[in-house]
Each structure stands twice: as C-alpha cells, then as structure tokens.
Design a protein around this ligand. Sequence first.
Ligand code: MD3
Ligand code: FE
Length: 199
Amino acid sequence: MKFEVRGFEIYEKYLDKAQQEQLLGDLRHVVSEAPFFRPHTPSGKPMTVRMTSAGRYGWYSDRLGYRYVRQHPKGWKWPNIPKSVLKVWVDLIDDERMPECCLVNYYDRDAKMGLHRDCDEADFVWPVLSISLGDDALFRMGNKQRGGSTDSYWLKSGDVVVMGGDARLRYHGIDRIRFGSSTVLKKGGRINLTMRVVD
Ligand code: MD3
Ligand code: FE
C-alpha cells in the first residue's frame, strides 16, 4: 500500500520476503568488498550507525565535514551497486538517470540518526530512495527548516520510501529501532539503503 506523509511517499511492504533475501544476498557481497565503518561527525564524535557504500561515490564524514568520496576509508574503490537494488530505482523513479551512490546504513540495538537534511548532492530534482530491511525503525519527518512539528512512522522490513519534491530537503531521522522485531537479519538490527544521484 502506498501513502504520503509530508511529501514522503511510503510504499508499505513493497518488497516481499524473497526480494528482501535477494537484496541481502547481494549486499553481503558489497559488505565483503567494502566493510562497514563508523564515520565521525565533524565535531569528532563517532556515529552510532555503521555505514558503507556502493557506486561511483560513497558517503563519508570526519573532522573535515560531510561529503561524497570516491574511495572506502581503506583506500579501495566502492563496489558496484547490485542490479537488484538498481531495479527498485528503475521501477519507482526512472531509467534516464541512475543513482551514483547507494549508502548502506546498519543499525544495531542502540543506533539512531539525529534529525538532518541530505544536502550534499548537486541536484535536488532527483529524489532519494530508501529501502528498509530487518528490524522496525521509528522514522521522524520534519520540515525544511529546523524545528516545528514532526510526524513519525514505523518503517518495516520491505518498506520503500521515496523522498522527492517537497520532501527532498526536509529534516528527517531515525529515533530508534525495535531490536529483534524482525527475523530477516539473523543477528538482528536494521539495514537501510539509500540511493542518490550525486553529481
Ligand atoms: C529524506 N537514513 O541515510 S531513510 C540517510 O533509515 C538517512 O537510515 C535514514 O536519513 C535511515 O541520510 C532514513 C529515509 C531518508 C533517506 C534520505 C532522505 C529520508 C530522506 C533524503 C532526503 C530527504
Ligand atoms: Fe538522510
């Protein structure tokens, strides 16, 4: 079922169990070539979410700031974005322009992501697409400026969110996950994929 909250298009249970397993299998290959790491915020604090990327660019942050980079912190190039992941983009967005970054976020029991905006990409006309796998996560959607009211929604495994138009530059974050709420990841936790056009 598809519905909209503040311009965020939420496709509930877009991916069935088999499709989720396929994506996870393909992601295991990505993570074997580009292991998860824990970026630091520009103020020097380690983030609670572990990250890695696939595609021409990966997302990175440290003392120098938030940015897209061409290499994993170990110096290797990022693996290709799996076809199974790209298919979701083509089916829901477009095949004229492919995403150049697939950011892979891993949330363990205590991970969260504070309210922020994604604004390091060159062209905000292109939406960001998110795929949730594993444990439920409390997703908070806000406004284009800091502050004001927010809406929350529990994202579940197989849910897909498209952030385009009015939602593209809204503040958003993950307050917490419900550890162990899903059996999709054997060790628990949550994986979120976000596809982005960067240049
Ligand atoms: C709204 N990730 O990686 S996905 C992120 O679940 C991020 O890991 C969260 O926020 C997560 O930047 C939320 C939903 C999401 C992703 C990207 C967005 C919402 C967005 C970009 C622009 C606006
Ligand atoms: Fe974000």
